[in-house]
Design a protein around this ligand. Sequence first.
Ligand code: XMP
Length: 598
Amino acid sequence: MDKIAILDYGSQYTHLIATRIRRLGVYSEILDPTATKEQLSVYKGIILSGGPASVYEKDAPSVDPEIFKLGIPILGICYGHQLMTHILGGKVEPGKGVGAEFGKAEILIKKPAGIFADFLTGMKTQVWMSHGDKVTKLPAGFEILASSDDDEYSAVGDISRNFYGIQFHTEVKHSTKGEQILLNFLKICNARRDWDLKNFIDSEVEKIRTQVGDKKVFLMISGGVDSTVAFVLLNKALGPNRVYGLFVDTGFMRENERVEVETSLREIGVDNLHVYDATEEFYTALEGIAEPEKKREIIGRVFLEVQKKVSSDLKLDPENWLLAQGTIYPDTIESGGTKNSSKIKTHHNRVPEIEKLIAEGKIIEPLKDLYKDEVREVGQKLGLHPRMVWRHPFPGPGLAVRILCAAESDLPENSAQLDHDINTFLLTKNSHLKAQTLPIKSVGVQGDFRTYRHPVLLSGPADWSELGALSPAITNKFDQINRVLYLITDDITPTFSPASLTKQRSASLRMADKIAMDWLREIDEYKNVWQMPVVLIPINGDAIVLRPIVSEEAMTANFAQLPMEKVKELAAKIMASGQISAVMYDVTNKPPATIEWE
Ligand code: XMP
């Protein structure tokens, strides 16, 4: 089988490159940049990924320069482009910091050759940029293939040696011709396109059997798509007697979650699901905890404690049992899962104790190389009903990471000045919306790094296109802000209310989430919106934030623009419960805000 190697410099998008290549039918593998020339010599092509480092920094990750003598086509993307330039004798310099080119840009094709073989000179195409540094001088043998307004060297190549460098990310869907560019690269590599997910299932079944040997497997099922598909795949590989599936009710589940999972499994003849109510364990462990990372760590730990408790109650001999998890690719990468990436969030499957078990070979993760869409396809091939497979993703920690907690107000010291500056800025954009910074924080991701910053609330009459333009303008200009909200209900003066993780707040959120999800099913029939977290924030009592997003793989996302009149109707329904102070709509893309708030 022909393979493409992707050297991982820690970009949030590295695994997206791998998926795209696989979707184009060529098996791809992600390797550490320390891979040797000999290891790399068996690949048909090499891609150098993006990453958060700068090539001229001390200890910046590099690559064996000998790989440029292998005669294998090489494509450098973002950091990879800069690294190739640097190694081959060109020059890279700091840009104007994060935001130098960040988000959508346009490139103009100057030479339709190599990776642009079927493009036309003078043609413009939209690409996705996310970089600070840039190439300022080309190595010998290279020429410009395409330029953007801000970067002459957006795409370059040495066509005789088949080396290409691009500053933008072909792998994200915002680069409209990204797939074509990758396909052209595969053609240059002469790679056969014969890999698909059916092969994945067959080879994974074999791998599971080999890794598990004559042992058995214990899997915790969170109610989401991933762990359910993992469960079915393990059942296929090992048979029901060697798989113990445990549905853990954390007390942070959605309305009806458990029944829905049980029904979907029973429909395909899987009936070895066990249920454990861990509500008390989770609430006790999370009492008084507000910091998102701390919450995530505790949740991961309690999951393990529950697993240990149930295993010991069942008298399972640890020597004969492996622990399985439904981890998928983005979970590992966004936890800082590869050596060069920066930590955005600790996924509940990646807390330190789990890492230790992984190192000891005691964890099995059959889906860890797949993206959500691929997991869904595998689920469907395994017979799961499309209704289950196409459910919105629901994070393992559940509603716990959608209930913001804080003991005290967290307004920036300069909040009066900040609000003044944002309001003045809005006026320069001809907007008469009112901006108020909120006294809470949420997690974001910018330039491959985690941020923990304030949301700003906009109020007044507006439409989505105005909000869609203002939101990135605000987060690009004000570095204390990583999220922009729009107030759907009546005007408020936002004040902070001390709040912790209680069953009562959880019930309020479950109620609002149910109303919102039923509403979404009706108006969108789950067609466009990829996920819609509903978040509880401690503002004027408790307010609700709706976070509908459109996304391909959860690595990037745009806020979904749902019909405003309908959104107002939904807000009124939520307010009618009398438990909620206001309804807001998150109008931030990812980046700069993550999909979940914590
Ligand atoms: P973020 O918030 O990082 O989310 O943009 C990306 C996707 O991952 C889901 N998510 C999780 N899923 N355990 C999970 O099973 C987790 O700890 C977790 N954290 C985030 C999130 O819902 C979104 O689809």
